[in-house]
Design a binder for this molecule. Structure first.
Ligand code: DGP
Ligand code: NA
Ligand code: NA
Length: 213
């Protein structure tokens, strides 16, 4: 009976990388691609600046407010927690989520300030684990040359170099690197292939959702 048909779950796909690595445009392109293939997909991004917590984060990033490093770390994490149940509902109803930054940014940016990495990971424990993390790999100097650093708090070459180092400590089995210095269409093609495989795996129903970390 149609009504009893088991719904295949969507995939949780995260794009990570330095500022100006091209994540946001690649995320939109991926969502368009999946929709053109008849696969239900949504674009998500963290921080989600629309919530009350997100507004505090936005004020911090634009240097409108000052916060202790630990405090802002926990706010970024809270911002992911407040979207967790909706995330699970969407995935279970079959929607693939393409997420622009996630817990890896949370840890990489705070660790780049010198906070202990295990302390940084702790508040992320219990969030949904991505099925795939696509890392848009670009040397910090190259990213800076792209221009368009918007003048937000972290958009400085020296800091981005430290972030790049912290990201390296976070690679795990769900992680795939893509050379983000390639032309935008080549990055797009490569991402489509990697992510499509991941979505197919999840649709087969053999891969239960798991948790960080
Ligand atoms: P974006 O909207 O993707 O440009 O992100 C805004 C800035 O915030 C960017 O420099 C990356 C940084 N960021 C994103 N997520 C986190 C996080 O969880 N923790 C910290 N400390 N920084 C983050
Ligand atoms: Na940014
Ligand atoms: Na972005």
């Amino acid at each position: 009976i149609e009504g009893n048909k088991k719904v295949c779950r969507g995939a949780l796909v995260v794009l990570e990388g330095l500022d100006r690595s091209g994540k946001s445009s690649q995320c939109s392109r991926l969502v368009n691609y999946f929709e053109s293939q008849g696969i239900s997909a949504e674009l998500w991004r963290f921080p989600d600046r629309n919530t009350d917590v997100g507004k505090m984060i936005s004020a911090y990033l634009t240097n409108t407010s000052q916060l202790d490093d630990h405090t802002i770390h926990l706010l970024f994490s809270a911002n992911r927690w407040e979207k967790r149940s909706l995330m699970e509902t969407k995935l279970k109803s079959g929607t693939t989520l393409i997420v622009d930054r996630y817990s890896y940014s949370g840890v990489a940016f705070s660790a780049a300030k010198g906070l202990d990495i295990e302390w940084c990971k702790a508040p992320e424990v219990g969030l949904l684990a991505p099925d795939l993390v696509a890392y848009l790999d670009i040397p910090p100097e190259k990213a800076a040359e792209r221009g368009g650093y918007g003048g937000e708090r972290y958009e400085k070459l020296e800091f981005q170099k430290k972030v790049a180092e912290s990201y390296k400590a976070l690679h795990d089995v769900s992680w795939k690197s893509v050379d983000a210095c390639q032309p935008i269409e080549d990055v797009e093609k490569q991402l489509q292939e990697i992510v499509f495989d991941c979505v197919t795996e999840c649709q087969k129903g053999k891969k239960p959702l798991s948790l960080l970390w």
